[in-house]
Design a binder for this molecule. Structure first.
Ligand SMILES: Nc1ncnc2c1ncn2[C@@H]1O[C@H](COP(=O)(O)OP(=O)(O)OP(=O)(O)O)[C@@H](O)[C@H]1O
Ligand SMILES: CC(C)(CO)[C@@H](O)C(=O)[O-]
Ligand code: BAL
Length: 319
């Protein structure tokens, strides 16, 4: 017998209660557009937060990084919706779509612990009832650099589904992780360029105690690979420390990070010090905000990480 798909067969004993009911053990789970629309029609009690509804979009297999986004959403809004959808549009041929980790039951337990109200976990046929979308969003040049070199079309697929999920869930605010820095840039650019009425909030990267950025894909790493993967956060740390040296410039930051990566047992995809708005490399004399980003394959698992930096003098009120 085929084992049940954990994304399709929620545990029968699960108790589903209303989103604002005290003592709610788990968020309400909705799988269809009709269920989602009905759940969203019942407006939550206003609690004086800045926003009415926050949405956190995920691909599931949740970890503390995701939960930090939900906590931030909880601070910002009366109602917190989490979407769980492994989006086929953002995976290229030969990527890990088929083996991407899935654990809806575990996700619901974790989301209960941070007070999410509603989970929308559609299947692909719910998201794409008319088959693959013919009209799609493009990230333009932003989608062709960094991640886009190894994953052509990836950010187009992300933006197409993010926009669909925004239309379906109608958030006032949506929280994304800084860990996917280029994704945040692209989403911010999309809502600006296409006048999508939602505030985008970027939340800091959550790391393990040894510095490794939490990622659902860390589950694919063997203990030896996990140890090798630490070079990514070490490289970012070296770049960050280089910003403290007097007269440190962008090239010194890049060199410090590259020094850690030279000879490391990972297959480096890119190391880049980029403008936080455009994702383009900053010149040597750059002053101000920048993002030091890295991507590498550790065994067969591709990991990304980054750290936001400041180059040059801080203005007095930045301190
Ligand atoms: N360590 C983290 N800290 C903060 N936010 C994170 C972290 N990891 C992921 N996120 C954010 O969670 C949201 C959903 O991401 P996703 O479900 O792809 O998780 P992931 O762990 O990044 O998975 P992947 O292994 O595919 O990179 C995104 O906004 C992402 O940036
Ligand atoms: C934003 C997102 C949920 C779109 O599929 C995905 O790219 C992710 O999990 O970061
Ligand atoms: N967080 C980005 C999801 C992906 O790698 O496809």
């Amino acid at each position: 017998m085929t084992p049940p798909d954990p994304l399709v067969a929620p545990r029968a004993s699960r108790v589903v209660r209303g989103p604002n009911e005290p003592g709610n053990p788990r968020p309400v789970l909705v799988r269809t557009r009709a269920e989602l629309a009905a759940a969203l029609a019942a407006r939550p009690v206003a609690t004086g937060k800045t926003y009415g509804r926050a949405v956190v979009m995920t691909m599931g297999a949740l970890h503390q990084g995701h939960l930090s986004l939900v906590r931030r959403a909880r601070e910002l809004a009366d109602q917190v919706v989490v979407t769980i959808f492994v989006n086929p549009l953002q995976f290229g041929v030969g990527e890990d779509l088929g083996r991407y980790p899935r654990d809806l039951e575990g996700d619901l337990d974790l989301l209960a612990s941070v007070g999410a109200d509603l989970v929308f976990a559609p299947t692909p046929d719910v998201m794409f009832p008319d088959g693959d979308p013919v009209v799609r969003v493009t990230a333009g040049p932003l989608g062709e650099i960094l991640e886009g070199v190894t994953r052509p079309g990836h950010l187009d697929g992300v933006l197409t589904v993010v926009l669909k999920l925004m239309h379906l869930t109608r958030p006032d605010v949506s929280v994304f992780g800084q860990k996917d820095a280029q994704q945040v840039m692209a989403v911010e650019r999309m809502v600006c360029d296409l006048d999508v009425p939602v505030k985008i909030v970027a939340a800091p990267t959550v790391r393990d105690t040894d510095g490794l950025a939490l990622s659902s894909r860390n589950a694919f790493l063997s203990p030896a690979e996990r140890a090798r993967a630490l070079v990514l956060s070490r490289a970012l740390g070296a770049g960050e420390r280089a910003t403290n040296a007097s007269a440190a410039d962008a090239d010194a930051v890049r060199a410090a990070a590259r020094g850690e990566l030279d000879g490391a047992d990972v297959e480096l995809d890119y190391l880049a010090l980029v403008d936080p708005r455009t994702a383009l490399e900053v010149p040597a004399g750059h002053q101000g905000a920048a993002v030091l980003a890295v991507a590498a394959r550790v065994g067969v698992t591709r990991l990304i990480d980054n750290v936001p930096l400041w180059l040059g003098e801080h203005e007095e009120n930045d301190a």
